[in-house]
Design a protein around this ligand. Structure first.
Ligand SMILES: [Cu+2]
Length: 351
């Protein structure tokens, strides 16, 4: 009963879709039960009151066959029961419609900074495209207590995306986009499944949904949007000077912020840089220009949709001549640093 009461008192902003449907269900169940009890009780009362006592009562004004009922008391009872029913039904329709509009529109939080994720089904798995450019497959990480907007579609056949634990369900149909939103209130790991029989791998079409604390989510996003770049010459020696590196998002015009970045040798450490302050992933054009015209300009594209580590080879024109002279000097210089970085990268140093 508290939930029914909440339906009228809780500010709408804090309600999730699950809360709304639960309330609609409980209100209908409560009113249905109330109406049922009244109708059945009144029927039983009349059945008892007008029961056959076994002996005919002469004073009773029994109808005769073919006589039309004239109705008593000017139809007051009829008017009352119809009137009450109409009020109940109309209020329910209006209230439910309002609640469903809220479900459609989502909470009043500014949806501009809400987390939006496009989910694309394929036989047999799920790809997640976050609006900050992160892309994952079969791994969906979200924070607690924040509205998550999802837009589902499919790459091949009909699927349906659903997270039973969080009561989320949305069709995934090629060429169509179905959207919904939800709020996960507690941390935990859930399964997202396909609810449309889509082929031999249908029953294995699971993906993990990880609900984490908001700060843990931020840390995950930062980790995903980490771009490491290393510059080497054709002899695999680190390049530490004489270049300028620029990055620009391929769809830079579509964002409010300017997503072009420039880095100089001072920003690098022994020819490497770890960039952690770019908050928008996606396809970036990278350009590496020699400031004293010593190597050919490098122009490439980086797919920055998760932790990215790229090494670029700069083709120095006159490297052959300088090779012998500078080799010893450079080796001494970088030996110690190289050792240090070796330790750091031991785990991922296989490639
Ligand atoms: Cu499927």
């Amino acid at each position: 009963m508290t939930t029914i009461f909440n339906a009228y008192t809780t500010p709408l902003e804090v309600q999730t879709r699950v809360d709304v449907f639960e309330e609609i269900f409980l209100v209908f169940l409560g009113l249905g039960t109330l109406v049922g009890v009244v109708v059945i009780a009144y029927t039983l009362y009349n059945a008892y009151k007008y029961r056959d006592s076994g002996e005919p009562d002469d004073s009773e004004d029994l109808p005769t066959l073919g006589e039309l009922p004239t109705g008593g008391k000017g139809g007051k009872k009829l008017f009352l029961s119809f009137g009450l029913s109409a009020i109940i039904v109309i209020s329910l329709v209006v209230w439910t419609y309002g609640m469903l509009l809220y479900v459609e529109d989502g909470p009043d939080d500014n949806p501009d900074d809400a987390i939006e994720v496009e989910i694309e089904g394929w036989a047999f798995g799920w790809d997640y495209y976050y609006d900050n450019g992160i892309e994952t497959t079969d791994e969906f990480v979200i924070p607690t207590d924040e509205a998550i907007w999802i837009e589902t579609t499919s790459r091949d056949v009909w699927h349906t995306y659903g997270i039973s634990d969080l009561r989320v369900k949305s069709d995934a149909i090629p060429g169509e986009y179905d959207d919904t939103w939800f709020i996960a209130e507690e941390t935990g790991v859930h399964d997202a499944e396909c609810f449309e029989l889509c082929g031999v791998g249908h029953s294995d079409m699971y993906s993990e949904v990880e609900v984490v604390e908001p700060d843990e989510y931020e840390a995950w996003v930062d980790e995903q949007l980490t771009l490491s770049i290393t510059l080497e010459d054709q002899n695999e020696q680190r390049v530490t000077d004489g270049f300028e590196l620029t990055l620009e998002h391929q769809d830079n015009d579509e964002f409010d912020d300017d997503l072009s970045f420039a880095y100089e040798p001072e920003d690098f450490e022994n020819g490497s840089i770890e960039i952690g302050d770019i908050e928008q992933g996606g396809e970036y054009d990278i350009e590496i220009v020699s400031t004293d015209d010593e190597f050919e300009t490098v122009e490439e594209t980086i797919d920055f949709t998760g932790p990215t580590d790229e090494t670029f080879t700069l083709e120095f024109d006159d490297l052959e001549e300088e090779d012998d002279e500078e080799d010893d000097e450079e080796e001494d210089e970088t030996d110690d640093e190289a050792e240090a970085t070796d330790d750091d990268t031991d785990e991922g140093g296989d490639d």
